[in-house]
Design a protein around this ligand. Sequence first.
Ligand SMILES: [Zn+2]
Length: 182
Amino acid sequence: MAIQPIRLFGDPVLRTPATPVADFDKELRKLVKDLTDTMMDAPGAGLAAPQIGVGLRVFTYYVDDQVGHLINPDLDLSDECDEEGEEGCLSFPGLSFPTPRAVRAVAKGFNMHGEPVTLEGTDLMARCFQHETDHLDGILFIDRMDPKQRKLAMKAVREAEWSGLAAPVIRMSPHATGGKAL
Ligand SMILES: [Zn+2]
C-alpha cells in the first residue's frame, strides 16, 4: 500500500494540464498502484494523477464494483446530458453539487502495459470518466456548473474547514489558560 496525500482545491497542480505518458515502465505501474490504493482508502469513485501531485495523464476508477485505470484517455461523449446528477471530488472533501455531464462516454486509451483499451460507461461511470479526464486538463467540476450553481459551490468551498480560501477565523480555545498569558 502506498497511500498518497490528496491535493485540495487551491493547489496549483490541480490547474496544471498533465503530460501524456510516454514510458509504460515500472514507475508508471507504481503510479497506478498508488492511485488505486489512495482512491480505495479515501474512499472515492475515481482519482486522477494530478490529485496526488503527479502531472501525467493517468486516472483510476472504482464504479459499480469495477476497479480500473486508463492512461492518455480520449473521450467520445453522447449528446444526451444529465443536468442534475450530484457530483463530488476528493479534492473538495465533503462537498457535492449538481453538475451537468454527458450520460454516456466512450473512453479510449491504454492500460499500464501500453495495450490499447476502450471503456464504455453510462451514468456514474460516464460521469467518472469525464470528471477524471477533466482533471488531466486542469479542469475541475466547478468549471462545469452553471454560473448560479458555481456561485453556491464557491460559497460552500470558502466555508469548508479544509479551505485555505477564507479569511482566517480566530477561534477561541476551549482550554482555560488559568489566567496565564501564553
Ligand atoms: Zn475530482
